[in-house]
Design a protein around this ligand. Structure first.
Ligand code: ZN
Ligand code: ZN
Length: 404
C-alpha cells in the first residue's frame, strides 16, 4: 500500500461482501455488520438490508416509525431535536386553535405547518444547495397549483357533500364512485410534479434527492388542497360553530398531521423509486429488482394514502377514524424506512476513497471516506452533497502526536 506504515488502517474481510475493508463495526462498501456471516438463499440481493441499523440514523431500527429520521433523512441526530419540537408545536397549535375556535389560525397551522417544517429541513441540511433552486421551486409550486386546481375542479361534488371535507377525504356518503375517483385522481396529480422534474433530467440521481422532490411536491399539493377546501368553509363560520370540539380537533389533526405526512411519504417514496440508480458494475447487485421493489413499496403507500381518505366516506366514528389514520401513518413511515434503507444499501455510491479521512456527521468519528461509515454504519449519502463536499474539501488531518 502507498500509505505510510503508521497511517495504515487495519483491515479485515467483510463477511457479507468478502472485500477487505477497514476494520470497524460496519463494512464501508456494503454497509453490512463486519461480524456477520455471508447470507445464502433466494433473497441474496436482500443481504445486508440490516434491519437493526437504519441507514440514515445510527442505532435506530429500520422498523421503528420515528418521524424525524424518516421524513428528514439528511439531518444528523443532533439537528433533529428542533424538528421534533416543530412537530409538537404544530400539534399543540392545532389543539389550541380548535379549543378557542380560531378558524383562520387553525387552517393556517394545518395547511402550512408541515410544509414549512420541510422547507426548514431543506435549509438546515443544506439540501437546497444540492439541487437547482428552479427544480425545487418547480416541484413546490406545481404541487401547490395542482392541489388548488384539483379542489376547484372537484369543488362542485364536494360542495354537495356536507361536513368532514378533509384534505383528501371527501364526505360523499352517497357517491361512492366519486368518493374513490376523486382521491385516486388526486393521488395521481400529486405525483405529477415529481415525474416532471425527473423527466427534466436532474443533474444528480441520488435516491434521497428524489425523496426530497417527491415529498416537497406532495406536501405542497396537500397544503394547496387543504387551503382551497377549508378556507371558504371556515370563513363562513358555519363549520366551526356548528360542530363539536372533538370533531373539529380530529379533523384538524388529520388535515394538519396525518394526511400531509402520508402524502409526503407517498410522494417521497415515488421519488426514490424514480431516482434510484443501482450499482451496475457489481455482478451481485440487481438494480432492476431493487427498483421494482422500491416501486412496489411506493405503490403500496400511495394505495394506503388513498384508502385512508376513504374512511371519511364510510362515515366512521371520529375517534376510530383518528386511530386508523395514526396507525396507518406509522405503517407508511416504516415502509418509507424500508424503502430508504433498500435504496441506500443498493445505490451506486460516491467514489470510494478508502485512504482519505472523512468526518461522519452522524457519529462524529473520523473514518475512511466510503459508502458507509465503518463506525456507525450510516450511509455517507444520508447527508447533503453540500455537506459532503465541504467535509471533503477540508479533510481532517491526523495529528502525529495523537495516541492510537
Ligand atoms: Zn461488505
Ligand atoms: Zn458514523
Amino acid at each position: 500500500m502507498t500509505a505510510p506504515d503508521n497511517d495504515e488502517v487495519p483491515t479485515m474481510e467483510c463477511g457479507v461482501c468478502q472485500i477487505d475493508v477497514p476494520a470497524g463495526a460496519f463494512c464501508g462498501y456494503c454497509g453490512g455488520h463486519l461480524a456477520s456471516e455471508p447470507k445464502r438463499g433466494g433473497l441474496r440481493w436482500l443481504r445486508g438490508l440490516r434491519g437493526d441499523t437504519f441507514g440514515a440514523s445510527p442505532g435506530e431500527s429500520v422498523l421503528r416509525p420515528a418521524i424525524t429520521s424518516s421524513l428528514f433523512p439528511h439531518l444528523p441526530q443532533g439537528s433533529r431535536t428542533p424538528f421534533r419540537v416543530g412537530i409538537a408545536l404544530i400539534l399543540a397549535g392545532l389543539v389550541l386553535f380548535a379549543v378557542v375556535k380560531m378558524p383562520a389560525a387553525l387552517i393556517t397551522v394545518a395547511a402550512l405547518g408541515l410544509p414549512l417544517l420541510f422547507v426548514l429541513y431543506l435549509t438546515e441540511s443544506a439540501v437546497y444547495r444540492d439541487m437547482s433552486a428552479w427544480m425545487l421551486v418547480l416541484a413546490g409550486t406545481l404541487g401547490a397549483a395542482l392541489g388548488v386546481g384539483w379542489v376547484l375542479l372537484t369543488g362542485q361534488m364536494v360542495a354537495r357533500a356536507y361536513g368532514v371535507p378533509m384534505a383528501a377525504g371527501l364526505a360523499i356518503h352517497h357517491l361512492m364512485r366519486e368518493g374513490i375517483m376523486i382521491p385516486a385522481g388526486g393521488m395521481i396529480l400529486m405525483l405529477v410534479p415529481t415525474v416532471v422534474v425527473r423527466v427534466l433530467r436532474p443533474k444528480s440521481r441520488e435516491s434521497l434527492d428524489g425523496f426530497v422532490i417527491g415529498a416537497l411536491a406532495a406536501l405542497m399539493f396537500a397544503a394547496g388542497a387543504t387551503l382551497t377546501r377549508l378556507a371558504p368553509q371556515f370563513a363562513s363560520g358555519l363549520l366551526v360553530h356548528s360542530r363539536p370540539f372533538l370533531s373539529l380537533l380530529v379533523e384538524a389533526i388529520l388535515c394538519g398531521v396525518t394526511i400531509p405526512m402520508t402524502a409526503a411519504v407517498a410522494g417521497g417514496m415515488f421519488g426514490i423509486a424514480l431516482w434510484f440508480k443501482g450499482q451496475t458494475s457489481n455482478p451481485h447487485e440487481h438494480p432492476g429488482r431493487v427498483r421494482a421493489w422500491l416501486l412496489v413499496l411506493a405503490i403500496v403507500v400511495i394505495v394506503i394514502h388513498t384508502g385512508v381518505a376513504i374512511t371519511d366516506i364510510m362515515g366512521m366514528a371520529q375517534l376510530r377514524m383518528l386511530t386508523v389514520h395514526v396507525v396507518m401513518t406509522a405503517v407508511v413511515l416504516v415502509l418509507l424506512r424500508i424503502g430508504v434503507q433498500l435504496a441506500l444499501m443498493h445505490e451506486a455510491p460516491d467514489p470510494i476513497e478508502q485512504h482519505e479521512p472523512l468526518l461522519c456527521i452522524h457519529c462524529h468519528h473520523v473514518v475512511p471516506d466510503m459508502a458507509f461509515c465503518p463506525a456507525c454504519g450510516v450511509a455517507t449519502r444520508a447527508s447533503s452533497r453540500a455537506s459532503r463536499n465541504e467535509r471533503r474539501d477540508a479533510r481532517p488531518v491526523r495529528v502525529a502526536a495523537e495516541g492510537s
